[in-house]
Write a protein that binds this ligand. Sequence first.
Ligand SMILES: Cc1cc2nc3c(=O)[nH]c(=O)nc-3n(C[C@H](O)[C@H](O)[C@H](O)COP(=O)(O)OP(=O)(O)OC[C@H]3O[C@@H](n4cnc5c(N)ncnc54)[C@H](O)[C@@H]3O)c2cc1C
Length: 275
Amino acid sequence: MGNCLAYGNGCCMCILRCPAFGPRVSITQKAGKSDIMGRRKDGAFGAFSGSGKLEKNSLSQEIRQRLDEYGVAIIPVPKEEIVREKLELKVCQQYALNEYAENIILLDTGYAKIMTPFFPLEKLRKVPGFENARYVDPYAGGKGNSIRYLSVAERDNSMKAAGIENIFCGGEKSGLFVGHTEAISTGSLAGHNAVRYLKGMKLLELPIGLAIGDLISFANKNLESEDGLMTRYTFAGAEYFKRMKEKGLYSTDPGEIRERVKRYGLEDIYGEKLI
Ligand SMILES: Cc1cc2nc3c(=O)[nH]c(=O)nc-3n(C[C@H](O)[C@H](O)[C@H](O)COP(=O)(O)OP(=O)(O)OC[C@H]3O[C@@H](n4cnc5c(N)ncnc54)[C@H](O)[C@@H]3O)c2cc1C
């Protein structure tokens, strides 16, 4: 909760439930290391989560219908309520586009996912169709959102925490990564290497000729610079997506990707039973 008081707009009652379970605790800090803090473009620490959820039933029938039919609804924000600065606050740089400031973009995820860090409720309710809008996550999504990237562990490219013998990390703990795919790909390597460590085996590093290996090493290297601390790394867009394309690593062809992995002798590497 302290993080959101110090670096955000106060507790917004998000999914982390700090008031119920206590604040976030960094295991790497407990082990005596100091974590890295991500920054925003204005130099402030951390970043706001970039979306919230509205109760679908609290929206007009027309908006609900659009969500049911197309999975998405785009509703222009009244000119006087457009706040472009909010784009700078958010984690997901792939969505930090003007269109996301000029429109309310809703995605049907069961709830109506609203693609902006927060939207003052009294203003939101002035927009036609949102007169009764209600936030379900975070509950106080009208005033802010959760603050992330305040305790990233220093690590090497095998995902082992730097200077600690037996901690491996993945996902947002292991860099300024955003997204499930990034959490899965870094976390899989971390888990695999934790088992290798237990077995006394050499730890695996993925080559930079593979997108995951490149993401892991690129994000790590960039943490050394001020600019790098302001960047978020995701396969889904923004800076890393551009790099992936430039380096010829971007492909949606599973066969081509499998061939590439095979060339490095890493095909089905995680399928191997180590213990
Ligand atoms: C509102 C929102 C919308 C998002 N939308 C998308 C999306 O559409 N697509 C997408 O790809 N990504 C999305 N993301 C990002 C994505 O959810 C995260 O990048 C991803 O979940 C990170 O995974 P992780 O395992 O690193 O961290 P988390 O999913 O945060 O998991 C970390 C876990 O560790 C626990 N934990 C923390 N400290 C301790 C401790 N000391 N001891 C024990 N447990 C601890 C936490 O409680 C938590 O359960 C979204 C994120 C948010 C907040």
